[in-house]
Write a new protein. Structure first.
Length: 319
């Protein structure tokens, strides 16, 4: 029986494994921080983050490849384009509540992916290449300065991603304690009461959605530099639901929880990639599906043991 199931975690203890985990945790943690602002702080069930991420990544890629801008100049324009799309999505749909708004944002995300797949400027399903040359040059210079080996080529991007991620979490934590942040929490708890105090619910929700779109765009920018290739398949709503798992694990309303949830979920996702199930009649696709079964089991166990998440508010028990 011991030979029937042999699970190998040899890659888990390698340096490259932890570099990959750290990089993806920072990128998707930044992505999830925007969802925390929307769901955990504002009570706004936004599931269009993957769409905003795609807009940011593709805007950067197109501006660098076709408009020949530097990738530094492309970043603010990518963020601005994501905000513009968030406004297009938010203005007509933010008057909806709860599940209806969530459905509208899922539809928006799917629409964005469909558009990317079917217009020539994005490369369609063939993808987009050639936008990372300037970053590669800069990354090589940083690697030489830090005397990194060839196996550490992702370390510069890892450092940059974590600096941006930590700064975003600190900024959001500070904003949460400002009068603006307290209005968002009032909207989350009882938006009718907040409206009765003279607060423009629509305006605050739109601001929250726009900031989340900026974070998603920056995350998309970093993911594009990591992949060196853009494909619509990298920006499916699966990303949004994995981010929701990170939220639930870390806890709604806690930005420290975003960091913990991102690291735990990405460690689990990447560790299970190295599973070697000997003797079991499972295909590669089935082994891939096993990763999501394990995440589901983790969420069920967490819901039974600590429904508010590891660092969430006691009254916050998830959607």
């Amino acid at each position: 029986m011991s030979q029937l199931l042999a699970v190998s975690f040899s890659q888990v203890f390698g340096v490259q494994f932890w570099i990959n985990v750290g990089l993806l945790a920072a990128i998707y943690g930044l992505f999830t921080a925007g969802m925390q602002l929307n769901i955990g702080t504002t009570g706004l069930y936004n599931f269009a983050q993957a769409g905003f991420m795609a807009v940011g990544a593709y805007t950067m890629g197109i501006l660098v490849v076709d408009a020949h801008l530097s990738f530094w100049a492309a970043l603010p324009l990518a963020a601005a384009s994501a905000v513009a799309v968030a406004l297009i999505v938010g203005v007509p749909s933010l008057r909806l509540r709860g599940d209806y708004f969530a459905i509208a944002t899922i539809a928006a995300s799917e629409t964005i992916q469909y558009i990317i797949q079917n217009i020539g400027i994005t490369g369609g399903n063939q993808g987009l290449l050639g936008f990372n040359g300037q970053w590669t040059t800069l990354s090589t210079s940083i690697s030489s300065l830090l005397d990194l080996s060839s196996s550490g080529f992702l370390v510069p991007l890892l450092i940059v991603s974590w600096v941006i991620f930590i700064l975003a979490l600190v900024a959001l934590s500070v904003l949460q304690r400002t009068p603006w942040g307290r209005v968002l929490k009032a909207i989350r708890d009882d938006q009718d009461a907040a409206r009765s105090l003279g607060k423009s619910i629509f305006r605050y929700k739109l601001q929250s959605l726009s900031i989340a779109a900026v974070l998603a765009a920056i995350a998309g920018y970093l993911l594009a530099l990591d992949l060196a290739y853009l494909s619509p398949n990298e920006f499916t709503t699966d990303n949004t639901f994995i981010a929701a798992a990170m939220l639930l694990v870390g806890g709604l309303g806690s930005y420290r929880g975003v960091l913990i949830g991102a690291v735990l979920i990405e460690t689990l996702l990447n560790a299970t990639l190295s599973l070697n199930l000997v003797g079991l009649p499972l295909s590669d696709s089935q082994l891939g599906a096993l990763r999501f079964v394990l995440i589901g089991a983790l969420l069920v166990g967490l819901a039974l043991w600590r429904p508010q998440g590891l660092l969430g508010r006691r009254e916050a028990k998830g959607p």
